[in-house]
Design a protein around this ligand. Structure first.
Ligand SMILES: *Cc1c(COP(=O)(O)O)cnc(C)c1O
Length: 392
């Protein structure tokens, strides 16, 4: 398709190269395919990305989703996985071996952090955690000849900290990887900054309707194809149904991201003025410590915001249990506004020091703004804050 078109426009028709005359994506609900000749079977069994051999290797619906993501990220190729963690574990365990070293950001999705902290040491892979917001921190932690991977997430869980993608992309030696889930391919393209691989939990805004568990890795063909042989054995391949819902989601990603960014902005400004709120984090606020970087690197600030309620664990709990329109549920990027209280849910496995290092306080609340009318969301948040005040 025409590369001059805007990404929102390309997303409308992406992923349907193998679609015959059907307009909507076709669901290839089959595990296996009739092999025309022995020679063709041998080629598919030993090559890369076979779409019509056996669905753990590849599947036309899944390949359609992969092509769409590759196109939107400006990548040569992509590989879909059964979840974001499927993609992240393939990158880490598929590219690193015993004796290797990884530099990772301290501010990370809790699953990624646990994988690095628990699985990597079992395989003799050392990990150094750094503050991703500190200029030069990643490069300074690289051990020449030993560091295989530098892993970053931006915007990052849960306080929307940013990593400078130009700085990350300029690191020579190790492979650089960015978890770009919060931004989606429409708000930032890490590969354009020189980063080697981009990963997404497509479970979130890409599929966008809380009905598909899906992950994806995109980058240079040489690297993604190297990962492919591990991925086929790892078996965390995407289901065709979820991949179809991934392509379905991409068609509306542009308008959803705009609406969610708008709603998050309205909520962020309302919260900033509220006496019970100590701090609001949203990349679109001038008060964000990395606002200038956000302006430079994000096309849209996104639908995620985090705020600090004054008070203890109880204040955070009361808030998330008092919202009525918004719902207490983990995950993000869907049509419904969701709230989470990291200290008691997503980050509950972390020690007090780790919580502190991640910037998670007892009153930290994360909001994933949905597609509702912003005035209804403000009214809901206001009444939940009233409930917090009444409980004091
Ligand atoms: C949800 C999430 C993941 C994990 O994705 P799953 O699809 O749940 O496996 C990884 N990174 C980020 C930033 C996430 O939000």
């Amino acid at each position: 398709m025409d590369d001059q078109l805007h990404p929102e426009t390309r997303a409308i028709r992406a992923g349907r190269a193998d679609n015959d005359t059907a307009l909507a994506p076709i669901l290839w609900a089959t595990t296996t395919f009739v092999t025309p000749t022995v020679e063709e079977g041998r080629r598919m069994a030993t090559g890369v990305g076979a779409a019509r051999f056996y669905s753990r290797y590849g599947n036309p619906t899944v390949n359609g989703f992969e092509e769409a993501i590759a196109q939107l990220e400006g990548a040569e190729t992509a590989r879909a996985f059964a979840s974001g963690m499927g993609a992240i574990s393939a990158v880490i365990l598929g590219l690193c071996s015993t004796g290797d070293h990884i530099v990772a950001q301290r501010q990370l999705y809790a699953g990624t952090q646990l994988l690095l902290q628990t699985a990597c040491p079992r395989f003799g892979i050392d990990v150094t955690f750094v503050d991703g917001t500190e200029p030069g921190a990643f490069a300074a932690a690289v051990i020449p000849g030993r560091t295989q991977l530098v892993f970053a997430e931006t915007p990052a869980n849960p306080r929307l900290d940013l990593v400078d993608l130009d700085e990350l992309g300029a690191i020579a030696g190790p492979l650089t990887v960015v978890d770009s889930t919060f931004a989606t391919p429409l708000a930032q393209r890490p590969l354009d900054h020189g980063v080697d691989l981009v990963v997404h939990s497509a479970t979130k805004a890409i599929a966008g309707h809380n009905d598909a568990t899906l992950g994806v890795v995109a980058g240079a063909a040489e690297l993604v194809n190297w990962l492919y042989s591990f991925a086929v054995l790892q078996g965390a391949n995407a289901s065709p149904f979820d991949a179809m819902n991934g392509i379905r989601g991409l068609r509306t990603l542009g308008v959803r991201l705009e609406r969610q960014s708008h709603n998050a902005g309205v909520l962020a400004r309302f919260l900033e003025d509220h006496p019970l709120v100590e701090e609001v984090r949203w990349p679109g606020l001038t008060s964000h410590p990395q606002f200038a970087l956000a302006q430079r690197q994000l096309a849209l600030p996104g639908g995620l915001l985090t705020f600090e309620l004054a008070g203890d664990l109880e204040a955070g709990r009361t808030f998330v249990e008092s919202v009525r329109l918004a719902q207490l549920a983990t995950s993000l990027g869907g049509p419904e506004t969701l709230v989470t209280h990291p200290a008691s849910t997503t980050h509950v496995n972390l020690t007090a020091e780790e919580l502190e290092a991640n910037g998670i306080r007892p009153g930290t609340v994360r909001v994933s703004a949905g597609l509702e009318h912003s005035a209804d969301l403000v009214a809901d948040v206001a009444q939940a804050l009233d409930a917090v005040a009444a409980a004091r």
